[in-house]
Design a protein around this ligand. Structure first.
Ligand code: ZN
Length: 431
């Protein structure tokens, strides 16, 4: 008989050893962390709960509630005000504030190293997930992979690689004259051209497609109000991207470009400076998110002279800043779905959370402002089952602050504890 033969060949000592090994392995994987939160922000309801215990095994949350008992061997961490790791859906993590001809001196390897520096700054500021919308030569893809491999500290990155744009548009590089024959990596024109470029950026690792639907501020010779991609080109981009499982984020300032991008089916409008009532109605009809990158106005206007902001962008910046906050606030308060995105790189990385104050100034409650960077952002990313709330089954991406952020939103500018996937990246409370 097979069974009898099998067991007869297993000496008892070996069986004991196997059992011991199995028990040790089980013990190792079952080691848990229990976070006791004096207060916990429930991102779904926007309410603050008291005395909650978050049980973490490996990189996931396994339970949350008032009555979890720490078992012997559990690591217990007491924290004052706990909330989900924050999400910034519009960064340029491999860039620092450098404008105009200064940008031309930045090599690809230098850009990648800048990204490594900023990734550490960003996660330590409490942002455990970012969506990077535009980087040269796939530096953001390389950074994403290095972080995922555990080679570098940093947030989870959903990365676009080079942004798609028309020849001479906001996402081209127009600084050098014709004889240099320079064009940006993501330049693509016409239906066939944009289809090929969407497939190319996906080939080299893009998780999301970034496009420039209108002109912009930080580019030479174009107009933020003017549409750049045609409706037909954007429809072709969205069709290919969605079929290949990627969302599309559209840089758009001008009213017409905002409407065209939304009608073409993009998932988010980035900036939205000149959004009007027709744009608001279109975004609401199509369920398109708006990502108001608004704090950059305040920082740039205050620092223009200090940083030697180039004259070629200056008037455009002043014109856009004169209307964008009012227009974006009107859209937010009219019920356009809003996700938190900063455009960090236009101002120094790590200051991302300053924008919560601006969102509150624009009319959101502090709880609603935090929701733009948690549940709303997770929804836009298609990651609602992974991040954005502290719930069983989600990644253990957890931060803590001294004050209750629903009472004092500025406390998010001084995050004291950061955990990503069960690993602690910062803990000022242990000092
Ligand atoms: Zn941007």
């Amino acid at each position: 008989m097979l069974n009898a033969e099998c067991c007869a060949y297993n000496p008892p000592a070996m069986k004991k050893l196997l059992f011991l090994l199995l028990a040790l392995t089980t013990f190792a994987t079952a080691q848990r962390t229990v976070i006791h939160a004096a207060k916990l922000f429930d991102a779904k309801s926007g309410k603050t709960l008291s005395n909650q215990d978050i049980v973490i095994e490996g990189d996931k949350i396994v339970s949350v509630g008032p009555a979890a008992k720490a078992a012997p061997g559990d690591k217990v961490i007491n924290l004052p005000n706990v909330l989900p790791g924050l999400i910034d859906v519009h960064t340029h993590i491999t860039g620092d504030p450098k404008f105009g001809y200064e940008e031309l001196s930045v090599s690809t390897p230098a850009e990648a190293l800048t990204g490594a520096k900023n990734a550490k700054i960003t996660i330590e500021a409490g942002f455990t997930t970012i969506r990077n919308l535009g980087a040269g030569a796939y530096t953001d893809i390389a950074l994403r992979d290095a972080i995922n491999n555990g080679d570098l500290p940093g947030p989870r990155i959903i990365a676009s690689g080079p942004p798609l744009g028309i020849t001479g548009g906001h996402c081209d590089n127009n600084l050098l004259p014709f004889e240099y024959h320079v064009k940006a990596d993501g330049v693509a024109d016409g239906i066939q051209g944009v289809q090929q470029k969407v497939r190319e950026v996906i080939k080299y690792g893009a998780d999301v497609i970034k496009i420039c639907a209108t002109g912009g501020v930080l580019s030479k010779g174009d107009d933020p109000k003017a549409s750049q991609y045609s409706l037909e080109e954007m429809k072709a981009i969205v069709a290919d991207a969605h079929r290949l499982g990627r969302k599309v984020a559209a840089h758009a300032h001008g009213g017409e470009g905002i409407i065209w991008a939304s009608e073409a089916g993009v998932d988010s409008i980035e900036h939205g400076s000149y959004i009007d009532d027709a744009g608001i109605a279109t975004l609401k009809k199509n369920g398109t998110y708006m990502v108001p990158t608004i704090y950059l106005n305040e920082w740039l206007l205050a620092n223009m002279d200090k940083i030697g902001f180039p004259a070629i962008y200056r008037q455009k910046m002043i014109d856009v800043a004169a209307v964008s906050e009012k227009n974006m606030a009107h859209a937010m308060m009219s019920g356009v779905k809003t996700a938190f995105g900063t455009d960090a790189a236009v101002y120094p990385h790590g200051l991302n959370a300053r924008q919560f104050v601006t969102y509150v100034h624009m009319g959101l409650t502090p709880a609603q402002a935090i929701q733009t960077a948690t549940v709303n952002a997770a929804d836009l990313l298609g990651w609602s089952n992974k991040v954005g709330t502290i719930e069983a089954g989600k990644w253990a991406d957890i931060i803590a602050t001294d004050a209750d952020p629903t009472q004092d939103i500025t406390t998010l500018q001084h995050v004291k504890f950061v955990m990503k996937g069960g690993v602690i990246f910062k803990n000022d409370y242990s000092k």
